[in-house]
Design a protein around this ligand. Structure first.
Ligand code: GRF
Length: 207
């Protein structure tokens, strides 16, 4: 097998997607290794899990830096110190500077709780219900400077039920997030993906 790619996961909170990536990478034939967790909030629950698994973890808080460039610069420095090759954003709630995004272009992915390009931004489940969509879901995409944009690697759809509220819908979508994120990372890490304009070719089929 080819060498496993070294991956960092950036989180701000619960970290359930990070857990799904770490657990997937437990399989010996998984093409990536989760080598580093970075959180920007001290209360990010995911940090406890990282510690319990012995994965190096760092708390980098924006208020300790003079501005966004300096904050992103410190994240970049730690990523390089750990020889990180790929970055997964997993509920990371800070906007990254264009310079940082450019530096990691093609090597940084994000998971978003909607079927992009619908419902970029926050409160996706509430907005999906308000709009009355019948299908909702989640998307893994390459990160570009515009928020929740970038070529789509994988999506999974869930049916919206008549009795759904934002919470029940979020829970079902989250279950699918935990399926597609490890698959998308595996596709990227194994070098299976090719970009053709806005299209990503070669990903495992969406769910
Ligand atoms: C997920 O719904 C993810 O799609 C969004 O933020 C949430 C993070 O959840 N970007 P978790 O921290 O991975 O549990």
């Amino acid at each position: 097998m080819n060498r496993r790619r070294r991956v960092a996961v950036l989180i701000s909170g619960r970290g359930s997607n990070m857990v799904s990536l770490v657990e997937a990478a437990d399989a010996p034939d998984y093409p990536a290794d989760i080598c580093l967790i970075i959180a920007n909030r001290a209360d990010a629950k995911g940090l406890d899990y990282a510690k319990s698994r012995g994965i190096p973890s760092f708390l980098i808080q924006h208020r300790d830096f003079s501005g966004r460039e300096a904050f992103d610069g410190e994240i970049d420095r730690v990523l390089r110190e750990f020889d990180i090759e790929l970055v997964c954003l997993a509920g990371f709630m800070r906007l990254l500077t264009d310079g940082f995004v450019a530096a990691w272009a093609g090597r940084m992915i994000n998971i978003h709780p909607s079927l992009l390009p619908s419902f970029r931004g926050l409160d996706t489940h509430k907005r999906a219900l308000e709009q009355g969509v019948k299908l909702h879901g989640c998307t893994v995409h390459l990160v570009e400077p515009d928020v929740d944009s970038g070529p789509i690697i994988a999506q999974a759809a869930v049916e919206v039920r008549d009795d759904d509220d934002a919470e029940s819908l979020a829970l079902r979508v989250l279950g699918r997030e935990h399926e597609i994120y490890p698959r998308a990372l595996a596709d990227l890490a194994a070098g299976r993906l090719r970009i053709d304009g806005r299209r990503v070719i070669g990903a495992s089929s969406s769910l």
